[in-house]
Every structure is written in structure tokens, then in C-alpha cells.
Write a protein that binds this ligand. Structure first.
Ligand code: FAD
Length: 282
């Protein structure tokens, strides 16, 4: 199929993109890498009257340390992030997760900002920024604001972004020598969307770990924290953590896996990721 007719605006600045969004409201869509949006246009699941291309806006492809955060611009592509020494050193969870996303051609175009703004329930990046306790920067008609990942994902493809908001960057806490990260997913083939996935962070404390954050993807409407399992893992109770998933998660079965299969896989991934969190970095 071909997309419905749309007007095309190439924004030269964030202010211009936001102003165009404000003029057209829900009738406009930002296009970044186009790796999700173009498929939706072609299938006519989305039929905006205006596409706002943000690819020419300067400064949105930067990766930099700002204060105690790693700032990743909205237009940073997966491949760029994967090759970045700053990401490898300060956000190793992303470096672990990105190779699981689709295939090279898609990773060359797809943006971290687009993935987080789109909030696909099966996507890796929303779960990673949730596990990291990061935040996103939004620009809207009233200026910029910072939204924590905990407040961002509201439901199926639903986020705290308003119709005139543009996501301009991600802010992640810097990895320290006490930081621990874990990542695992099940997919039918490498590069397919995960049937179930888990991104996790913790802080080494004594012989154990504290401040555990477990963010599942592909088990619900959006990236989801497993808070009961987090508390059990923090006291070293792996069996209790797996049992807590029954109340933490409520997946619905889909064409790939039943609810029971997803719950089983969630437990298997938890055991794998718990082992990763306990490992001292090499
Ligand atoms: P676009 O497609 O350009 O936009 C997606 C949505 O986000 C649109 O609604 C758009 O308006 C909005 N948007 C984009 N940028 C912004 C912004 N800065 N501010 C506000 N709104 C914005 N993803 C995975 O996570 N895991 C996978 O395994 C995976 N497999 C894939 C396999 C295939 C075959 C394909 C085609 C895609 C796959 N994807 C997967 C999706 C891919 O990662 C997308 O690139 C990503 O989801 C969206 O990023 P984008 O830059 O392409 O966004």
C-alpha cells in the first residue's frame, strides 16, 4: 500500500518543529529515522496531514557528558550510539542492548529519540532508559521540560509527550565502578522483536546489590518495572524475585507466545540477569 497524501515540512530548528506541531496538533507527525513511522504510513495505520522532518536540525545528533549525566541527542542513530566510546564507558547497558535491535540497515537510520517517543511495548530502548532511571528532555510551546523515565510510559504507544511536544534528548546517569547492568531477551531469530526482554541496573553494596531496577519489555502495554522482584533481588532472594513476577507483571498472550509462556520466560530472564548483576565488571 501507499501512504495517504501528506504535506512535508523540513524543520531547521527545534522552535520551528514545535511551532509546526502546535499549528497542526494531532494532524502532524515528526519523522526521525522513519523506521517505524513509514511502515505505519504505508499500512495507513497513521495518516497525518503534515510530516515534520527533524533530520536537518543541528545539535540533535550529539553525545556528550553534561554535569553528572550522559546527554544523547534525539537524532542519535543506534549505530552511532554503538560506536560511541562515551556510550561504551558511561552507558554500557545501551551498548549491550542495541545489537539486539533489528538489523544493520534499520540501526543505521533508527534513532534513540524516535524509539523512546514511539514507546513500542517490544522495544529495547524504553526499557533501558527506565532501568537506568534516566529522563528525557521535551520541547513544547511553553519551553523545555525534563520528564523522568518513571513518568514517561503511560500505556500502549502512550507517553507523557503532548501533541505539540518534541523529544530533543535523553539524559542518563553516568555508570560508576559500583554500577551493575544486565540485559537479556528472547526472540525467535536474532533481530526480531523480543517475545520477552529485561533490562536491569543495580549498585554493588558489600557482597550484594542494592537499588535494583528491573524493566521488562514485551510483557505488557509498555516498558514495565517489576518492583516486587526488585525488592527480593536486593536481599538476595532470587526465588522470591521470580515468585514476585506473578504480581509485578500481567502480560497478555499474543501470536508469538501465550501468557503462561511469557511468564515462564520472564522468570528465566530474571535468573540470567540476576547473575549478570552480581558479576563484578571485568
Ligand atoms: P520514526 O519512525 O521516524 O518515528 C516513530 C514515531 O516516533 C513517530 O510517531 C514519530 O512521530 C515519533 N517521533 C520520532 N522522533 C521523535 C521526536 N524526536 N520527538 C517526538 N516524536 C518523535 N525496534 C526495536 O526497538 N527493536 C526491534 O527489534 C526492532 N525491529 C525492527 C524491525 C524492522 C523490520 C523495522 C522496520 C523496525 C524495527 N524496529 C525495532 C523499530 C526501529 O527501532 C525504529 O527505528 C524505532 O522504533 C523508531 O525510531 P525512528 O527514528 O525510526 O522513528
Amino acid at each position: 500500500m501507499k501512504p495517504a497524501t501528506f504535506a512535508y515540512a523540513k524543520a531547521q530548528s527545534v522552535a520551528e518543529a514545535v511551532a509546526t506541531l502546535a499549528t497542526h496538533g494531532d494532524d502532524a507527525r515528526i519523522i526521525a529515522g522513519g523506521q517505524s513511522l513509514v511502515a505505519m504510513l504505508n499500512m495507513r495505520l497513521s495518516a497525518p496531514s503534515v510530516l515534520i522532518d527533524i533530520n536537518d536540525i543541528p545539535g540533535l545528533s550529539d553525545i556528550a557528558i553534561e554535569g553528572d549525566s550522559l546527554k544523547i541527542g534525539a537524532l542519535v542513530r543506534y549505530t552511532q550510539a554503538l560506536r560511541s566510546p562515551l556510550v561504551a564507558e558511561h552507558a554500557p547497558l545501551l551498548a549491550r542492548a542495541i545489537p539486539h535491535i533489528a538489523h544493520a540497515a534499520i540501526r543505521n537510520r533508527g534513532t534513540l529519540g524516535g524509539s523512546v517517543a514511539f514507546a513500542d511495548p517490544a522495544a529495547e530502548m524504553p526499557a533501558c532508559i527506565l532501568a537506568l532511571g534516566g529522563s528525557i528532555t521535551l520541547s513544547g510551546p511553553d519551553g523545555d521540560r525534563e520528564v523522568s523515565a518513571d513518568d514517561l510510559f503511560l500505556g500502549l504507544y502512550e507517553t507523557a509527550l503532548g501533541p505539540s511536544d518534541m523529544l530533543t534528548g535523553l539524559r542518563l546517569p553516568l555508570h560508576t565502578k559500583e554500577s551493575r547492568v544486565g540485559f537479556a531477551e528472547f526472540a525467535r531469530r536474532h533481530g526480531d522483536y523480543a517475545m520477552v526482554g529485561l533490562a536491569a541496573t543495580a549498585r554493588a553494596r558489600g557482597d550484594g546489590i542494592a537499588d535494583v531496577r528491573l524493566a521488562y519489555f514485551s510483557v505488557g502495554q509498555c516498558a514495565t518495572r517489576a518492583t516486587g522482584a526488585e525488592q527480593a533481588l536486593a536481599v538476595g532472594d532470587i526465588e522470591g524475585a521470580v515468585a514476585a513476577l506473578e504480581t509485578d507483571l500481567d502480560p497478555t498472550g499474543d501470536i508469538h507466545a501465550s501468557r503462561d509462556t511469557k511468564m515462564h520466560l520472564a522468570g528465566v530472564l530474571l535468573r540470567r540477569v540476576a547473575a549478570q548483576l552480581s558479576e563484578a565488571p571485568k
